[in-house]
Design a protein around this ligand. Structure first.
Ligand code: ZN
Ligand code: FE
Length: 255
């Protein structure tokens, strides 16, 4: 499968994604913050969408849906448990479910934390996972509905995917995430280098999303609660990983 993934900047700092399989000509959209920039991509390339995947109910991920559907009808897929507060769904999914896109499986991972019933969509054939506001580039979403332990469990599920997986997350928050990450993991050379690279990219207004899971595992403090240097820096040597994560998340909320 040679799926092309287009990152689409929307609103202030959101990202939607368009997946296109050149063999079947099937096209999917992940989240619809705003219809216009997504329509521009579809129309410029002559792609016809078949599916729209929604990660969670927040307005900045779904509000463009009616506008997109009006001109580009497609099946809408989202979490069964959030059907009451998502736009009308054609296919309802839950943790462990699989549906098919362009003849390949898409796996649903419940990544509750930012919201309850937030889902990530893993497409092994495209080597990609769509994480929206769960795992983000150098960060993770703020905990509006779930507990720190729920978010930690969600991040552990994502961490277990193949390290070469491309992480397509929902916002361009990476530069401020990097500044925070350096307060938690200041001696991490991979993080220091990545922060410099991010500054260069942002100075040219280039997207820092997507990233790779391997890079996140090496540099994202929210995935590194078991790291001895981070635990020492936080005076939490030997502490439970979920407790270390909770402390890092609390510090980010105050940052
Ligand atoms: Zn959100
Ligand atoms: Fe968001």
């Amino acid at each position: 499968m040679a799926v092309e993934i287009v990152t689409v900047p929307c609103l202030q700092d959101n990202y939607a994604f368009v997946l296109h399989d050149p063999v079947t000509q099937e096209t999917a959209v992940v989240d619809v913050p705003d219809a216009a920039p997504i329509k521009d991509v579809l129309e410029a390339r002559g792609w016809k969408i078949t599916q729209i995947w929604l990660t969670h109910h927040h307005f900045d991920h779904v509000d463009g849906l009616p506008g997109l559907l009006a001109s580009h009808p497609a099946q809408v897929i989202g979490a069964a448990a959030d059907a009451h507060r998502l736009p009308p769904l054609d296919i309802q999914v839950a943790q462990g479910d699989t549906f098919s896109f362009a003849g390949a499986p898409v796996h649903i991972i419940d990544v509750s934390g930012h919201t309850l019933n937030h889902i990530a969509l893993h497409v092994p054939a495209a080597n990609a996972v769509f994480t929206a506001d769960s795992l983000m580039a150098l960060g993770c979403g703020r905990l509006f509905e779930g507990t720190p332990t729920q978010m930690w469990d969600s991040l552990c599920k994502l961490s277990a995917l193949p390290p070469e997986t491309i992480v397509c997350s929902g916002h361009e928050y990476t530069q401020s995430n990097a500044r925070f990450a350096l307060t938690i993991d200041p001696a991490n050379q991979a993080l220091i280098s990545r922060a410099q690279e991010i500054d260069k990219l942002r100075a040219q207004n280039i997207a820092t999303v997507p990233s790779s899971l391997q890079l996140e595992l090496a540099t994202n403090p929210f995935l590194r609660a078991t790291d001895p240097a981070i635990q020492a820096h936080l005076n939490m040597v030997g502490a439970n990983a979920a407790d270390v994560f909770t402390e890092i998340r609390a510090r980010k909320d105050r940052f």
